[in-house]
Write a protein that binds this ligand. Structure first.
Ligand code: PMP
Length: 361
């Protein structure tokens, strides 16, 4: 059976060698006589798997020692609540940049916990086809943190810069961009990401947080939403997503073998350029995003004649190119080309697009 090129926005493709290794280790992990999914999270074997994954992630991202790395559950959506619960620290005001669907969700959730959510910048008037320029960002001055979404998964909009905050902690929802390239962790107070794009399977959520920001949750914060509890218990306060954590660890090894995030960034940039060039060089396909703010990971595009959308999707599927339908809120197509999408997959998509345009356009 041939594997397909899966352009899903998440859960997304995993590297084939990772899946093969998981398969080889499925029934008997290194002589333990059991599958990792059957291991106690407090046993010696699992503890070594968990610690190695954390060490590899720290190495890949060059995480400074004064940051905790947490392996949680609940998805990035839980972090929309956990962030204000933990980071307001006695304050009542937070700044949020609104660049699309996921920013909006973060903002509306924050309003449950924070009496003053200030929208420091919004690009809604452009239908979220760009990131704000630095001068547009109006900080309130008394905010406990500034939250933004470096990569909007649905609109395919990405910040080409890290916002300045004048000392206030910067919080980033990196769900669809973490591990796509190197980042300077020290610029951030907190980073979070659901795993199901560049990290591993769904069910695992990564939080990287500066130590001094945790330990002052608002009254009534559920124990499971208190970062300090998880930090003090090495993310094993309760049963973690053990198998997802193990698979993420295999993905981290794959990234290290590939040459780390510098090497990954070069490949990702090449994949994105190939696809955007194909779109821009045709009058049949279009991407609405301002070129400077185009995502390397999620590439939405429309066909000149939407009546051909179904034929496009059908033809793509027949060519082993799947899950290209755009998000229901924006329509058209979307190709998510995360780390594990091979360059050959993007090349196959571009070839299919050219052929479809030639025969149907
Ligand atoms: N933020 C962003 C940027 C996302 O892309 C997603 C998922 N597509 C989420 C948040 C929500 O993540 P989860 O489904 O893990 O709660």
């Amino acid at each position: 059976m041939a594997r397909v090129y899966n352009f899903s926005a998440g859960p997304a493709m995993l590297p084939e060698s990772v899946l093969q290794q998981a398969c080889d280790e499925m029934l008997d992990w290194r002589g333990s006589g059991m599958c990792v999914a059957e291991m106690s999270h407090r046993g010696k074997e699992y503890m070594s798997i968990a610690a190695e994954a954390e060490a590899d992630l720290r190495e890949l991202l060059n995480v400074p020692n004064n940051y905790k790395v947490l392996f949680l559950q609940g998805g990035a959506s839980s972090q929309f609540a956990a962030v204000p619960m933990n980071l307001l620290r006695g304050g009542s005001s937070a700044d949020y940049i609104n660049t699309g669907s996921w920013s909006k969700k973060a903002i509306s959730e924050a309003r449950h916990y924070c009496s003053n959510v200030n929208v420091a910048a919004t690009t809604e008037e452009s239908k979220f086809t760009r990131a704000p320029v630095p001068a547009e960002i109006q900080l309130s001055g008394d905010a406990a943190y500034l939250h933004y979404t470096p990569n909007e998964t649905i609109e395919g909009v990405e910040f080409a810069y890290i916002p300045e905050t004048g000392g206030c902690p910067l919080v980033a929802d990196m769900s669809s961009t973490l591990l796509s390239r190197p980042i300077d962790i020290s610029r951030f107070g907190l980073i979070y990401a659901g795993a199901q794009k560049n990290i591993g399977p769904a069910g695992l959520t990564i939080v990287i947080v500066r130590e001094d920001l945790i330990g002052m949750p608002i009254a009534g914060t559920p124990t499971m939403f208190d970062y300090k509890i998880h930090a003090d218990n090495d993310s094993m306060y309760n049963t973690p997503a053990t198998y997802a954590w193990y698979l993420a660890g295999l993905v981290f090894k794959w990234l290290k073998d590939l040459g780390g995030l510098d090497a990954m960034a070069i490949i990702n940039q090449r994949k994105a350029a190939l696809l955007y060039n194909a779109i821009d060089s045709s009058s049949f396909y279009a991407n609405p995003v301002q070129p400077t703010d185009r995502s390397w990971m999620n590439v939405p595009f429309t066909l000149a004649n939407p009546a051909l959308d179904d034929a496009f999707l059908k033809g793509a599927k027949a060519a082993n190119l799947t899950t290209l339908k755009g998000h229901r809120s924006v329509g058209g197509m979307r190709a998510s080309i995360y780390n594990a999408m091979p360059e050959a997959g993007v090349a196959a998509l571009v070839e299919f697009m050219r052929e479809f345009e030639r025969t149907q356009g």
